[in-house]
Design a protein around this ligand. Structure first.
Ligand SMILES: Nc1ncnc2c1ncn2[C@@H]1O[C@H](COP(=O)(O)OP(=O)(O)OP(=O)(O)O)[C@@H](O)[C@H]1O
Ligand SMILES: [K+]
Ligand SMILES: [Mg+2]
Length: 676
């Protein structure tokens, strides 16, 4: 560990220590009912200590003082765990705040002039010019231009990314820097609502709400606390009946030992640390609920382009059909792409330049342009002469031509299937009722997909690829990437239907996507993971954003979610199993003097009743700081089926939870008897 991290850690620990005392405030304490009960017990013991004559405890000053101190430390340890977890988040937000500096923005006025304004005065809808070495003043969408952008301030990734207007790669984040060329950006967030603002609020845990799982567990813990409270209170008259007068301090000690203080003290630290782990993986989770849901995911839906593949579908060839000439096809393809802002459209123009084709001079002033839509799967234009040109998916263009009374060229299917079976996307080009040929859009599967999807399978999670592309391309890519299932030619609403169907079967569904057409599905899914490279709409609909735009990051998120749930489960099991040892330590100590028959329960053979009770109480306190590292780091998750995992953890934390305190209490008892 370097000196600077040492210094940071020292600062963290000091701050957390301070916070541990501040959190003693009962108003803060009551949010954690288990520890609140400990605090009330502590106050009672304090009263007894201060007024010994009133409670007739003159002879037990030392014992009561010991109980008081151990109880106080129990609460402080729990507070420390929570403060430490919160502190780590705050340290992270400090570095983010440095990114969020005030910058000058070049605001573009209506008359075309440029005015220099402060980035904090920008509003939704403003248009700014960002040039080489400028910092992008706010979140937005590129409406013109192309630039390479250094996003390392946000993603930590040093390689610059190319962003351009149109398509799924047009969103930019405030605080990142343009390193070459220029762009015009339409601002999409008002001050205080930017990505960075959300990220800061998030890691600070300012808006942390208890998750459904946490609430359920809290109810269990409160119920257990109430049950033990009743047990301990009714023990007093029962003991009196058999001739034993139990001191109030001893009853408080017994109560604190029996209620689930271990998990009660560590619960919120576990939750905060879980969110923290997700952020460390460069994923922004908008809620703890999403992280938890990720731990229970059964099915993952992924879109193809830009998620499984790199998504820069580039036109790589024009392939004429039947008697059409290459020249005619290329001219029509180019015409249909002049105003097509999508990466696919732009790549057609680039291909034309590469092939040295000079575009025909056709007057397009009065033409109307047909923008690409995921629903129609076509784009193109209607010329003033009445001529219509379209390019689009094979299916869509076939229908379009048929409705105009056209024929389907005989070699179309063969040629398009050839492209599709290589994993490419064939686009058909048509003029009027005649199909002229194909554009071959090439795309590549991101590396390592097969291994990653195999890992998901081991976790018992099913992967389904949903794409707007044709069945043959879909099948090829699905096989290459190794997904379990695929759905081709799916419309945005089809993606929602797939998710809803799975959810109806009681499954939890995750969805990763990047496009505007993925947004509704991202919102419908229990876990929606948007790619940071994707559109603003996708990012807003999702409840997580992956800053590295790696769809398989969902694996890490799922692992962290599982880890979070497992850590909670393991420590709850451990905490409750502990009671058995504490019971055998304290109950014989309370009763054997009056009831010799109780001796059979005295299996731990502790030195004296006083030492037994103090040892149990000390063990109960120090187990909290001892488990802080586990709470923070999380129980290790090894991909395996849920049922196997459960029995494994029950073995470790259940049996361990019974055995560890027997040994711990015995050792503490031996140390105490040495001291006394
Ligand atoms: N610019 C374009 N002009 C005409 N047709 C296009 C254009 N871009 C894509 N298409 C066609 O529309 C289909 C659907 O494209 P879209 O990008 O909406 O797919 P998607 O639903 O996002 O699928 P994916 O899961 O692959 O991202 C493509 O398979 C292609 O055939
Ligand atoms: K306890
Ligand atoms: Mg897409």
């Amino acid at each position: 560990m370097s000196k600077s991290t040492d210094a940071i850690n020292k600062k963290l620990v000091m701050e957390a220590t301070k916070q541990s005392f501040i959190k003693l405030n009962p108003i803060i304490m009551i949010k954690n009912p288990v520890m609140f009960v400990v605090e009330v017990g502590t106050i009672i013991v304090l009263l007894i200590l201060c007024m010994p004559s009133y409670f007739h405890t003159e002879g037990a000053f030392g014992y009561n003082l010991a109980v008081l101190l151990i109880l106080l430390f129990t609460i402080l340890f729990a507070n420390f765990a929570e403060s430490l977890a919160e502190g780590r988040g705050k340290a992270q937000s400090e570095s983010l705040k440095k990114t969020k500096q005030e910058t000058l923005a070049k605001l573009m006025l209506k008359d075309g002039d440029i005015k220099s304004v402060s980035s904090s005065s920008l509003r939704k809808g403003d248009i700014v010019l960002v040039e080489t070495s400028d910092i992008i003043p706010g979140d937005g969408e590129i409406i013109d231009g192309l630039a390479s952008i250094d996003e390392s301030a946000i993603t930590g990734e040093s390689a610059p990314v190319i962003k351009e207007a149109g398509g799924d790669f047009s969103s930019v984040t405030g605080g990142t820097r343009v390193i070459s060329d220029w762009i015009k950006v339409k601002i999409q967030a008002d001050p205080g609502e930017s990505f960075l603002d959300k990220m800061i609020a998030l890691v600070e845990g300012a808006k942390r709400q208890k998750t459904p799982n946490e609430i359920a567990l809290n109810i269990l813990l409160i119920t257990l606390t109430i049950i033990f409270l009743i047990v301990v209170v009714t023990l007093y008259p029962i003991a009196q009946y058999v001739g034993v007068t139990l001191s109030i301090s001893t009853l408080v000690a017994l109560l604190v030992c029996l209620i689930p203080t271990t998990i009660g003290g560590l619960l919120s630290a576990i939750g905060i640390a879980g969110m923290d782990r997700v952020t460390r993986f460069n994923v922004l989770a908008m809620s703890g609920k999403a992280v938890e849901a990720a731990g229970d995911i059964n099915t993952i839906i992924l879109d193809k382009t830009g998620t499984i593949t790199f998504g820069n579908r580039m036109a790589s060839n024009f392939i004429p059909v039947e008697n059409t000439s290459m020249e005619d096809l290329a001219q029509a393809a180019v015409l249909s792409s002049i105003q097509d802002d999508t990466p696919e459209g732009k790549s057609v123009i680039q291909l034309m330049k590469k092939l040295n084709i000079t575009p025909q001079s056709i007057p397009i002033e009065n033409a109307s342009f047909i923008e690409f839509k995921a629903e129609t799967r076509m784009s193109g234009l209607n010329l003033a002469t009445g001529e219509k040109i379209r390019k689009g998916s094979i299916d869509a263009i076939k229908n379009w031509v048929l409705t105009q009374g056209g024929q389907i060229p005989k070699d179309l299917d063969d040629k398009s299937n050839q492209i599709a079976s290589k994993g490419g996307t064939p686009l058909a080009v048509a003029k009027g009722n005649q199909i002229l040929g194909l554009i071959y859009l090439k795309d590549t599967v991101k590396p390592g997909m097969k291994e990653r999807f195999a890992e998901l399978r081991k976790m018992g999670i099913k992967t389904i690829m949903c794409t707007g592309d044709n069945p043959i391309t879909a099948k090829t890519i699905a096989e290459e990437a190794g997904v379990d299932d695929f759905i081709a030619e799916s419309m945005p609403e089809d993606k929602i239907c797939v998710i809803k169907d799975e959810q109806k079967q009681g499954k939890l569904v995750a969805m990763t996507g990047d496009g505007t057409n993925d947004a509704p599905a991202l919102a419908q899914a229990d876990v929606g993971l948007a790619m940071n490279s994707g559109t603003i709409a996708a990012k807003e609909a999702a409840n997580m954003v992956d800053l590295d735009s790696d769809p398989t990051k969902i694996i890490e998120v799922v692992s962290i979610g599982k880890q979070l749930l497992m850590t909670r489960g393991a420590l709850t099991t451990f905490s409750i199993a502990n009671d058995i040892a504490k019971y055998f330590a304290i109950i014989p100590a309370m009763f054997t003097i009056a009831i010799p028959k109780m001796e059979i329960l005295n299996i731990m053979k502790l030195t004296s009743p006083t030492s037994a009770i103090l040892s149990a109480l000390i063990f109960n306190a120090i187990i909290i700081p001892l488990l802080i590292p586990l709470a923070m780091k999380g129980v290790k998750y090894i991909p395996m089926k849920a049922s196997k995992l459960l029995s494994r953890n029950l073995m470790i934390y259940g049996v361990g939870g019974i055995l560890v305190p027997f040994i711990g209490i015995k050792v503490i008892d031996m140390i105490i008897s040495l001291i006394l």
